[in-house]
Write a protein that binds this ligand. Structure first.
Ligand code: NAD
Length: 260
Protein backbone atom coordinates (compact mmCIF):
# COMPACT_ATOMS: atom_id res chain seq x y z
CA UNK A 1 0.00 0.00 0.00
CA UNK A 2 2.96 2.32 0.45
CA UNK A 3 3.27 2.66 -3.32
CA UNK A 4 -0.19 4.27 -3.39
CA UNK A 5 0.88 7.08 -1.05
CA UNK A 6 1.99 10.44 -2.43
CA UNK A 7 5.74 10.70 -2.65
CA UNK A 8 8.00 13.65 -2.14
CA UNK A 9 5.97 15.52 0.48
CA UNK A 10 8.81 14.96 2.99
CA UNK A 11 11.54 16.04 0.56
CA UNK A 12 14.22 18.00 2.39
CA UNK A 13 12.90 17.03 5.83
CA UNK A 14 14.78 15.09 8.50
CA UNK A 15 12.87 12.65 10.69
CA UNK A 16 13.56 10.68 13.86
CA UNK A 17 11.47 7.61 14.74
CA UNK A 18 11.92 6.01 18.16
CA UNK A 19 11.27 2.28 18.32
CA UNK A 20 11.63 2.29 14.54
CA UNK A 21 13.30 -1.11 14.25
CA UNK A 22 10.15 -3.23 14.51
CA UNK A 23 6.41 -3.28 13.85
CA UNK A 24 4.65 0.09 13.68
CA UNK A 25 7.85 2.16 14.03
CA UNK A 26 9.58 0.30 11.19
CA UNK A 27 6.55 0.88 8.94
CA UNK A 28 6.59 4.60 9.82
CA UNK A 29 10.34 4.90 9.16
CA UNK A 30 10.00 3.14 5.78
CA UNK A 31 7.04 5.28 4.72
CA UNK A 32 8.69 8.59 5.67
CA UNK A 33 11.82 7.45 3.79
CA UNK A 34 9.73 6.53 0.74
CA UNK A 35 8.08 9.95 0.84
CA UNK A 36 11.39 11.77 0.72
CA UNK A 37 12.59 12.25 4.31
CA UNK A 38 16.01 11.41 5.62
CA UNK A 39 15.11 9.11 8.49
CA UNK A 40 16.94 8.13 11.68
CA UNK A 41 15.77 5.19 13.78
CA UNK A 42 16.49 5.40 17.50
CA UNK A 43 15.99 1.99 19.11
CA UNK A 44 17.52 -0.06 21.90
CA UNK A 45 17.92 -2.83 19.31
CA UNK A 46 18.14 -1.08 15.91
CA UNK A 47 19.12 -4.12 13.79
CA UNK A 48 15.65 -4.48 12.24
CA UNK A 49 15.38 -0.87 11.05
CA UNK A 50 14.43 -0.37 7.37
CA UNK A 51 17.25 -0.04 4.83
CA UNK A 52 18.43 3.47 4.08
CA UNK A 53 17.83 4.79 7.59
CA UNK A 54 20.41 6.09 10.05
CA UNK A 55 20.65 3.70 13.01
CA UNK A 56 20.98 5.17 16.49
CA UNK A 57 21.30 2.61 19.26
CA UNK A 58 19.79 4.14 22.39
CA UNK A 59 17.36 3.28 25.15
CA UNK A 60 14.60 5.83 25.73
CA UNK A 61 14.94 5.34 29.49
CA UNK A 62 18.31 7.14 29.32
CA UNK A 63 18.20 10.93 29.06
CA UNK A 64 21.88 11.03 28.14
CA UNK A 65 21.53 8.37 25.42
CA UNK A 66 18.63 10.24 23.82
CA UNK A 67 20.45 13.59 23.95
CA UNK A 68 23.51 12.03 22.32
CA UNK A 69 21.30 10.26 19.77
CA UNK A 70 19.45 13.42 18.79
CA UNK A 71 22.76 15.33 18.56
CA UNK A 72 24.10 12.59 16.26
CA UNK A 73 21.03 12.84 14.01
CA UNK A 74 21.26 16.63 13.76
CA UNK A 75 25.00 16.44 13.06
CA UNK A 76 24.33 13.96 10.25
CA UNK A 77 21.20 15.56 8.73
CA UNK A 78 21.86 19.22 9.58
CA UNK A 79 18.35 19.72 11.04
CA UNK A 80 15.38 17.91 12.55
CA UNK A 81 11.78 18.51 11.40
CA UNK A 82 9.76 15.39 12.21
CA UNK A 83 9.82 13.45 15.48
CA UNK A 84 7.80 10.27 15.94
CA UNK A 85 7.76 9.04 19.56
CA UNK A 86 6.77 5.43 19.09
CA UNK A 87 8.94 3.22 21.34
CA UNK A 88 6.76 1.44 23.86
CA UNK A 89 6.36 -1.72 25.89
CA UNK A 90 3.36 -3.62 27.22
CA UNK A 91 2.34 -4.96 30.59
CA UNK A 92 -0.38 -7.47 31.29
CA UNK A 93 -2.39 -7.52 34.49
CA UNK A 94 -4.69 -5.74 36.90
CA UNK A 95 -3.51 -3.36 39.63
CA UNK A 96 -3.20 -6.41 41.88
CA UNK A 97 -0.90 -8.22 39.48
CA UNK A 98 1.84 -5.70 38.69
CA UNK A 99 4.46 -4.53 41.18
CA UNK A 100 5.53 -0.90 41.62
CA UNK A 101 8.69 -1.85 39.75
CA UNK A 102 6.67 -3.09 36.74
CA UNK A 103 4.54 0.09 36.82
CA UNK A 104 7.66 2.27 36.91
CA UNK A 105 9.17 0.41 33.97
CA UNK A 106 6.07 0.88 31.75
CA UNK A 107 5.70 4.56 32.68
CA UNK A 108 9.45 5.11 32.24
CA UNK A 109 9.48 3.77 28.67
CA UNK A 110 6.02 4.77 27.43
CA UNK A 111 5.64 8.22 29.03
CA UNK A 112 9.02 9.53 30.16
CA UNK A 113 10.59 8.13 26.99
CA UNK A 114 8.47 10.61 25.01
CA UNK A 115 9.26 13.42 27.44
CA UNK A 116 13.01 12.82 27.12
CA UNK A 117 12.78 12.57 23.33
CA UNK A 118 10.84 15.84 23.10
CA UNK A 119 13.19 17.63 25.51
CA UNK A 120 16.21 16.71 23.42
CA UNK A 121 14.50 17.49 20.11
CA UNK A 122 12.60 20.72 20.86
CA UNK A 123 15.48 23.21 20.45
CA UNK A 124 16.16 21.73 16.99
CA UNK A 125 12.46 21.63 16.07
CA UNK A 126 12.05 25.28 17.08
CA UNK A 127 14.95 26.27 14.84
CA UNK A 128 13.52 24.21 11.96
CA UNK A 129 10.01 25.65 12.40
CA UNK A 130 11.35 29.16 11.87
CA UNK A 131 12.52 28.06 8.41
CA UNK A 132 9.73 25.61 7.44
CA UNK A 133 6.39 26.81 8.88
CA UNK A 134 3.80 24.01 9.06
CA UNK A 135 6.34 21.28 8.35
CA UNK A 136 7.56 20.63 11.89
CA UNK A 137 5.82 18.16 14.16
CA UNK A 138 5.90 15.59 16.93
CA UNK A 139 3.62 12.57 16.60
CA UNK A 140 3.16 9.99 19.35
CA UNK A 141 2.04 6.40 19.01
CA UNK A 142 -0.59 6.28 21.73
CA UNK A 143 -3.24 3.50 21.85
CA UNK A 144 -6.93 2.76 22.00
CA UNK A 145 -6.02 1.64 25.54
CA UNK A 146 -5.92 5.33 26.53
CA UNK A 147 -9.72 5.54 26.33
CA UNK A 148 -11.18 2.04 25.87
CA UNK A 149 -11.10 0.43 29.32
CA UNK A 150 -9.34 -2.77 28.22
CA UNK A 151 -9.23 -5.64 30.76
CA UNK A 152 -5.87 -6.86 32.09
CA UNK A 153 -4.00 -3.77 30.91
CA UNK A 154 -4.02 -1.43 33.95
CA UNK A 155 -0.43 -0.17 33.79
CA UNK A 156 -0.31 -0.06 29.99
CA UNK A 157 -3.65 1.79 29.78
CA UNK A 158 -2.57 4.30 32.45
CA UNK A 159 0.65 4.92 30.52
CA UNK A 160 -1.24 5.53 27.27
CA UNK A 161 -3.79 7.77 29.02
CA UNK A 162 -0.79 9.82 30.12
CA UNK A 163 0.52 9.85 26.54
CA UNK A 164 -2.79 11.26 25.31
CA UNK A 165 -2.79 14.02 27.94
CA UNK A 166 0.90 14.72 27.32
CA UNK A 167 0.22 15.08 23.58
CA UNK A 168 -2.51 17.66 24.20
CA UNK A 169 -0.44 19.61 26.75
CA UNK A 170 2.58 19.66 24.44
CA UNK A 171 0.40 20.79 21.53
CA UNK A 172 -0.71 23.78 23.62
CA UNK A 173 2.78 24.58 24.86
CA UNK A 174 4.44 24.54 21.44
CA UNK A 175 1.79 25.77 19.02
CA UNK A 176 3.29 29.27 19.03
CA UNK A 177 6.68 27.78 18.28
CA UNK A 178 5.20 26.43 15.06
CA UNK A 179 5.47 22.83 16.27
CA UNK A 180 2.39 20.62 15.86
CA UNK A 181 1.87 17.74 18.30
CA UNK A 182 -0.59 14.90 17.63
CA UNK A 183 -1.00 11.19 18.31
CA UNK A 184 -2.41 8.09 16.69
CA UNK A 185 -4.53 5.66 18.69
CA UNK A 186 -4.17 2.24 17.08
CA UNK A 187 -6.38 -0.72 17.87
CA UNK A 188 -4.69 -4.12 17.78
CA UNK A 189 -1.96 -4.01 15.15
CA UNK A 190 -0.40 -7.05 13.52
CA UNK A 191 3.21 -6.62 14.69
CA UNK A 192 5.89 -8.80 16.36
CA UNK A 193 4.48 -7.47 19.68
CA UNK A 194 1.13 -9.17 19.02
CA UNK A 195 3.00 -12.22 17.72
CA UNK A 196 4.74 -12.51 21.11
CA UNK A 197 1.42 -12.11 22.88
CA UNK A 198 -0.16 -14.87 20.80
CA UNK A 199 2.90 -17.07 21.32
CA UNK A 200 2.20 -17.06 25.07
CA UNK A 201 -1.51 -17.88 24.70
CA UNK A 202 -2.83 -21.37 25.49
CA UNK A 203 -4.60 -21.40 22.11
CA UNK A 204 -2.95 -18.82 19.80
CA UNK A 205 -5.47 -19.27 16.96
CA UNK A 206 -8.44 -18.74 19.30
CA UNK A 207 -6.71 -15.74 20.88
CA UNK A 208 -6.06 -14.20 17.46
CA UNK A 209 -9.70 -14.76 16.49
CA UNK A 210 -10.78 -13.03 19.72
CA UNK A 211 -8.53 -10.03 18.97
CA UNK A 212 -9.94 -9.83 15.43
CA UNK A 213 -13.53 -10.07 16.66
CA UNK A 214 -12.92 -7.21 19.15
CA UNK A 215 -12.53 -4.81 16.21
CA UNK A 216 -15.73 -3.99 14.29
CA UNK A 217 -13.91 -4.44 10.97
CA UNK A 218 -13.24 -8.05 12.02
CA UNK A 219 -9.51 -7.91 11.37
CA UNK A 220 -6.31 -6.57 12.91
CA UNK A 221 -4.96 -3.19 11.77
CA UNK A 222 -1.74 -3.36 9.70
CA UNK A 223 1.40 -1.46 10.67
CA UNK A 224 1.27 0.24 7.24
CA UNK A 225 -2.20 1.60 8.02
CA UNK A 226 -0.91 3.19 11.24
CA UNK A 227 2.13 4.54 9.38
CA UNK A 228 -0.13 6.20 6.79
CA UNK A 229 -1.97 8.03 9.59
CA UNK A 230 1.31 9.15 11.17
CA UNK A 231 2.61 10.38 7.82
CA UNK A 232 -0.60 12.38 7.37
CA UNK A 233 -0.33 13.97 10.84
CA UNK A 234 3.39 14.71 10.38
CA UNK A 235 3.07 15.90 6.79
CA UNK A 236 2.25 19.20 5.10
CA UNK A 237 -1.39 18.19 4.45
CA UNK A 238 -1.96 18.42 8.22
CA UNK A 239 -0.44 21.90 8.64
CA UNK A 240 -3.63 23.01 10.48
CA UNK A 241 -3.84 19.89 12.66
CA UNK A 242 -2.49 19.94 16.21
CA UNK A 243 -3.70 18.50 19.51
CA UNK A 244 -5.52 15.68 17.72
CA UNK A 245 -5.75 11.96 18.48
CA UNK A 246 -6.47 9.98 15.33
CA UNK A 247 -7.97 6.53 15.94
CA UNK A 248 -6.77 3.79 13.57
CA UNK A 249 -8.61 0.99 15.25
CA UNK A 250 -11.06 -0.72 12.92
CA UNK A 251 -13.89 1.25 14.53
CA UNK A 252 -13.17 0.00 18.04
CA UNK A 253 -13.52 3.36 19.74
CA UNK A 254 -16.27 4.96 17.75
CA UNK A 255 -18.70 2.18 16.88
CA UNK A 256 -21.21 0.49 19.14
CA UNK A 257 -22.44 -2.43 17.08
CA UNK A 258 -25.40 -4.56 18.13
CA UNK A 259 -24.49 -8.25 18.40
CA UNK A 260 -25.18 -9.99 15.07
P1 NAD B 1 7.22 -3.85 18.68
O1 NAD B 1 7.56 -4.58 19.94
O2 NAD B 1 7.06 -4.63 17.40
O3 NAD B 1 8.28 -2.69 18.43
C1 NAD B 1 8.66 -1.82 19.48
C2 NAD B 1 10.03 -1.24 19.17
O4 NAD B 1 10.36 -0.35 20.24
C3 NAD B 1 11.13 -2.32 19.11
O5 NAD B 1 11.98 -2.08 18.00
C4 NAD B 1 11.87 -2.14 20.43
O6 NAD B 1 13.25 -2.51 20.37
C5 NAD B 1 11.68 -0.64 20.69
N1 NAD B 1 11.80 -0.30 22.10
C6 NAD B 1 11.10 -0.84 23.14
N2 NAD B 1 11.53 -0.33 24.29
C7 NAD B 1 12.52 0.56 23.99
C8 NAD B 1 13.35 1.39 24.77
N3 NAD B 1 13.30 1.39 26.11
N4 NAD B 1 14.24 2.20 24.13
C9 NAD B 1 14.34 2.17 22.77
N5 NAD B 1 13.60 1.38 21.99
C10 NAD B 1 12.68 0.58 22.59
O7 NAD B 1 5.87 -3.07 19.02
P2 NAD B 1 4.75 -2.36 18.10
O8 NAD B 1 3.56 -3.21 18.14
O9 NAD B 1 5.32 -1.91 16.80
O10 NAD B 1 4.44 -1.10 19.04
C11 NAD B 1 4.98 0.19 18.80
C12 NAD B 1 4.16 1.22 19.56
O11 NAD B 1 2.79 1.08 19.17
C13 NAD B 1 4.18 1.10 21.09
O12 NAD B 1 4.23 2.39 21.66
C14 NAD B 1 2.85 0.43 21.41
O13 NAD B 1 2.38 0.77 22.70
C15 NAD B 1 1.97 1.03 20.32
N6 NAD B 1 0.78 0.25 20.03
C16 NAD B 1 0.86 -1.04 19.57
C17 NAD B 1 -0.31 -1.73 19.31
C18 NAD B 1 -0.30 -3.16 18.79
O14 NAD B 1 -1.37 -3.80 18.81
N7 NAD B 1 0.83 -3.68 18.33
C19 NAD B 1 -1.56 -1.13 19.52
C20 NAD B 1 -1.61 0.19 19.98
C21 NAD B 1 -0.43 0.87 20.23
Amino acid sequence: MNQAQPTGDFDGLAALVTGGASGIGAAIAALLRDRGARVAVLDRDPAGAPAGTLLVKADVTSDEAIRNGVAEVVAEFGALHTVVGNAGIGAIGTVEDNSDEEWRRVLDVNVLGLVRTARAALPHLRAAAAERPGAVSITHTCSIAATAGLPQRAAYSASKGAVLALTLAMAADHVRDGIRVNCVNPGTVDTPWVGRLLGRAADPAAERAALEARQPTGRLVSADEVAAAVAYLAGPAAAAVTGTALAVDGGMQGLRLRPA
